[in-house]
Design a protein around this ligand. Structure first.
Ligand SMILES: *[C@@H]1O[C@H](CO)[C@@H](O)[C@H](O)[C@H]1NC(C)=O
Ligand SMILES: *[C@@H]1O[C@H](CO)[C@@H](O)[C@H](O)[C@H]1NC(C)=O
Ligand SMILES: *[C@@H]1O[C@H](CO)[C@@H](O)[C@H](O)[C@H]1NC(C)=O
Length: 181
């Protein structure tokens, strides 16, 4: 009996290994913001070169603190190039900005080295999130800390900002996940 269940366990594991349990790359396809006059100005950012690295400056026009600001995040997925994105189970519920920053900055900080690729303090807890003009230098997304079991294809991430509970802007980034072969 013990032997049998061990076998079953191994089988399940082996099937898991065959099913998409492979490394992949994440490349940025496009990004934009819904509110051009929004408090976070990313409109001068560019994707440069063949590798489509994010480069330029972003401006945060005012300090963001929990008394006014909150944030929510959503992920959508689409295996093909049509526009039928389906919402994924992963999301960030509406959360006061400082708490959201503290809880989720680890998912963002790994993509840019502080002092070299950006001067935005994503590597530490800050509150309020400080206003300023920040540089982003040749940033690409690093899939190292993404779950291996993600479906390949197009993935759309949306970050929504709220001021006093009112939705004031959505920041969208479309990426493509491809197997490394
Ligand atoms: C950008 O904006 C347009 C609508 O103006 C939208 O159709 C597109 O999917 C947006 N998202 C990205 C990531 O480019
Ligand atoms: C990248 O952005 C920096 C500012 O952060 C700018 O000085 C530099 O010219 C940009 N490089 C390219 C190739 O656009
Ligand atoms: C755009 O953003 C600004 C600053 O956050 C806000 O005051 C304004 O209401 C927003 N506009 C829309 C249409 O959400």
């Amino acid at each position: 009996m013990f032997k049998l269940s061990l076998c079953l366990l191994f089988l399940v594991f082996a099937v898991g290994l065959c099913f998409n349990y492979k490394p992949y790359t994440v490349s940025i396809v496009s990004f934009n913001q819904s509110n051009e006059t929004g408090v976070f100005d990313t409109t001068t950012l560019r994707l440069i070169g063949r590798e489509r690295l994010v480069n330029g400056t972003v401006e945060l026009k005012e300090d963001m603190d929990d008394s006014h600001w909150s944030f929510a995040g959503e992920l959508y997925f689409n295996p093909t190039e049509n526009n039928n994105f389906k919402r994924m189970a992963f999301n960030i519920p509406l959360t006061p900005i400082c708490k959201a920053f503290k809880n989720y900055r680890k998912y963002f900080s790994k993509h840019a080295e502080y002092g070299k690729q950006t001067n935005f303090p994503m590597h530490m807890d800050v509150c309020p999130v400080p206003k300023g003009t920040y540089y982003l230098k040749n940033i690409h997304l690093n899939s190292d800390n993404f779950p291996l079991m993600l479906q390949r294809g197009y993935m759309l991430g949306q970050g929504l900002f709220y001021y006093d509970g009112v939705h004031v802007g959505t920041y969208s980034i479309c990426t493509i996940l491809e197997d490394v072969d």
